[in-house]
Design a protein around this ligand. Structure first.
Ligand code: NOJ
Ligand code: CA
Length: 684
């Protein structure tokens, strides 16, 4: 945690102005090339990987209000290329050290004709993709700038299978299932937009460091084509970005791999963000947490005070006791504050007033005695105007009680009307809250957020967010089909940690009707705790559903802040297997879509000595729909030369902890892991 920047090295390769009209910049490993050109003065970029076209010549620039377009014709005034080679330590994350190597080129352009405005284009070419941003330098008459449109084109060279959610500001939610279609059939999409080309390039388009700007979606620019342009989310008056020179746009990112797991390995988005602003923040604590939460979603409890009120002093103490007993570090409490009955009315939710049956000071004191983090909650109902009035006092209130983490939520349409969750005004609101929270030493878990763009590198108290269709949809909708969680790692999770809230053990819970269910096996629910990375990871079920459940041991043992992560295998929408190391222990999670899957993993990638593997996996009889509960749990001896063979059921999973042999176990006979596959078929 809070480790300082290790090494930052800039090697100047060339700063000699090159005034030719075509410049090629290669990734450090030479596999990716960006060609930059002024085509009759109009800037264009082209991307090639392994010698093959990825993005055909695509234009750049802006449409501005009360000004001519800032899109050329330009002349090149100066260009400069540097190699950036640095290593840095994230405050928390999937590994403890990140290496970033890229070539960066800055093109300084000036209009050929009056008013001779300047625009800089900056490209970074990494081994795992390309990023570009605009910079409008300080200059006369540009102290107020209203961007009507960003004219970044993405003229994709190849069609392919794509996974996407609807874009365009009318779709003011990320909480939809992914559509799967040829890239050519998309009309508008949000990012990350991921696709596989026919010649086996795995590509994902997104953005990095979304700051003081509107979120970017993509729209088709010509019907029946592979040509897209950026489509920024507008202000109520139609402007997309209100700014002034000097300004810098976020980075547009094109991550390029040859396998699906290459996308998971990429740290380009984090590498494009600024270094940690909070280097000594030991109050930022990665943790597993539980909460008075799922109970409301399955209608066992209510947020509102009444007979079935979830957030009572007594019930919260019960959660705290359970968390304490099982090594879970945090307890979230939703519905403790007054106003839930007035949902939708202005200033309904009172962020400092507790319902009569909830004594917040007593509960927090109780949590402190047991070293449990009380996670506060602000449901804003997206009434951001009202929330902004209360911000200072609401954060000071939690701070005064010693609360160090808050979950926020923005359900519904933004007020003031006409704003969208991903427009510039909201991007600025979300950042204001992150900074305010940091001043109060509070970490955040944001629901209905703006998309992740890697700002957790800079503001590590921005720990996790929802921003996709999470577990909650299983409680009250037709549910998330089994392939949903095999798509998320390759789409939404590329944008950063997600608070999916896995770990439901009571898969066939009672609600209004009996047909509500989690579309998963029990083994997959625990595997998801590892696969879907979040530094605040929720074990989402009720304590009574974990009581006496042997599979809960995996959740108790699991870590959330890792030294190393290996992405062992995966195909988008089909399966993924991930191994994460903390000190000398490995944790492995594998999940499948609706099809069963035999996996085969060489253990020598993970260990050098004989160790013990604690396995949790579907049996041969398990099926997400007809028989979700059977789980085989066993401890095996594992050596580097072993191959892990296992069968994931339809909608199933495998979770495994590989740990050193304890002193007590020395000399004991353990069955070899090569027997695991046989055991999965055993009838108990
Ligand atoms: C939606 C959030 O995603 C969910 O986690 C929360 O319980 C409800 N809003 C109420 O705030
Ligand atoms: Ca939500």
């Amino acid at each position: 945690m809070n480790k300082a920047l290790l090494l930052s090295l800039l090697i100047l390769v060339s700063c000699k102005p090159q005034l030719s009209n075509r410049i090629t910049v290669s990734s450090p490993d030479q596999k990716i090339q960006v060609e930059l050109k002024l085509n009759e003065g109009l800037p264009q970029y082209t991307i090639l990987a392994d010698g093959q076209s990825i993005i055909r010549p695509s234009g750049l620039g802006f449409r501005l209000r009360n000004q001519p377009d800032l899109a050329g014709p330009f002349q090149l005034v100066n260009s400069n290329t540097v190699l950036i080679n640095e290593e840095w330590e994230p405050a928390w994350g999937q590994e403890n050290l990140i290496h970033s190597i890229s070539r960066k080129i800055t093109l300084e352009l000036k209009e050929e004709l009056a008013p001779y405005r300047q625009l800089n284009l900056i490209f970074r070419v990494f081994n795992d993709g390309v990023a570009f941003r605009y910079e409008i330098p300080e200059q006369a008459d540009l102290d107020s700038l209203f961007i009507l449109e960003e004219l970044s084109e993405f003229n994709f060279a190849n069609d392919g299978k794509s996974w996407w959610i609807q874009g365009g500001h009318a779709f003011d939610t990320y909480e939809t299932l992914h559509k799967v279609s040829p890239l050519s059939e998309i009309d508008s999409a949000n990012t990350p937009l991921t696709y596989i080309t026919h010649n086996d390039f795995y590509i994902s388009i997104h953005e990095a460091n979304l700051t003081d700007y509107a979120g970017m979606t993509m729209k088709k620019s010509r019907v029946d084509s592979l040509s897209f342009t950026s489509n920024l989310v507008p202000w109520p008056d139609g402007d997309r970005v209100k700014t002034s020179a000097p300004m810098r746009s976020p980075w547009r990112t094109i991550c390029i791999g040859r396998t699906a797991t290459d996308l998971l390995r990429s740290r380009m988005i984090l590498n494009l963000n600024e270094p940690n602003q909070l280097p000594d923040a030991d109050w930022i604590k990665p943790m597993k947490y539980m909460g008075i939460w799922w109970g409301m979603h399955i209608n066992k409890y209510t947020w509102v005070q009444g007979e079935r009120h979830g957030a009572t002093t007594e019930n919260t103490k019960r959660y705290i006791d359970f968390a304490f007993e099982h090594g879970i570090q945090g307890v979230l409490v939703e519905g403790w504050n007054k106003g839930w009955e007035d949902w939708g009315k202005d200033d309904a939710l009172q962020f400092k007033e507790a319902y009569d049956d909830f004594d917040i000071a007593e509960v927090i004191e109780y949590a402190k005695e047991k070293h449990i983090t009380f996670i506060g909650h602000h449901e804003t109902t997206a009434n951001v105007a009202s929330y902004e009035h209360q911000l200072e006092s609401a954060y000071s209130f939690y701070d005064s009680l010693g609360v160090s983490a808050i979950k926020t939520g923005y359900v519904g349409a933004i007020k003031p009307e006409g704003h969208f969750h991903y427009g510039q005004w909201m991007v600025e609101h979300f950042r204001k809250v992150v900074k305010l929270a940091a001043r109060h030493h509070i970490s955040l878990d944001v629901h209905e957020p703006v998309k992740g763009t890697g700002i957790e590198r800079t503001w590590p108290n921005m720990m996790t967010r929802e921003g996709a269709r999470g577990q909650e949809w299983n409680a009250w909708s037709e549910g998330n089909p089994p392939d949903h969680t095999t798509i998320l790692p390759f789409t939404r999770l590329l944008a950063g940690p997600m608070d999916y809230t896995p770990g439901i053990f009571d898969i066939r819970f009672d609600r209004y009707k009996s047909d509500f269910k989690v579309h998963s096996t029990l083994a997959k629910q625990i595997a998801l705790m590892l696969v879907l990375y979040s530094p605040m990871q929720m074990a989402a079920d009720l304590p009574e559903n974990y009581e006496n459940q042997p599979a809960f041991k995996f959740i108790k043992d699991l870590k959330v802040d890792w030294d190393e992560t290996l992405y062992l295998e995966g195909e988008i929408g089909e399966y993924v297997t991930i191994a994460r190391r903390y000190e000398d222990e490995w944790f492995l999670g594998a999940i499948a879509n609706e099809n069963a899957r035999e996996i085969e993993i060489s253990i020598d990638q993970l260990i050098q000595d004989e160790m013990i593997a604690e396995c949790y996996v579907d049996t041969d009889e398990t099926h997400w729909d007809s028989n979700p509960y059977p789980i085989w749990i066993g401890s095996y001896k594992v050596t580097p030369s072993d191959i892990l063979n296992a069968r994931l059921a339809e909608g199933g999973g495998l979770a495994m902890r590989i740990r050193p042999i304890s002193k007590d176990e020395m000399g004991q006979d353990f069955v070899s892991i090569s027997e695991l596959r046989l055991d999965q078929g055993v009838k108990e």
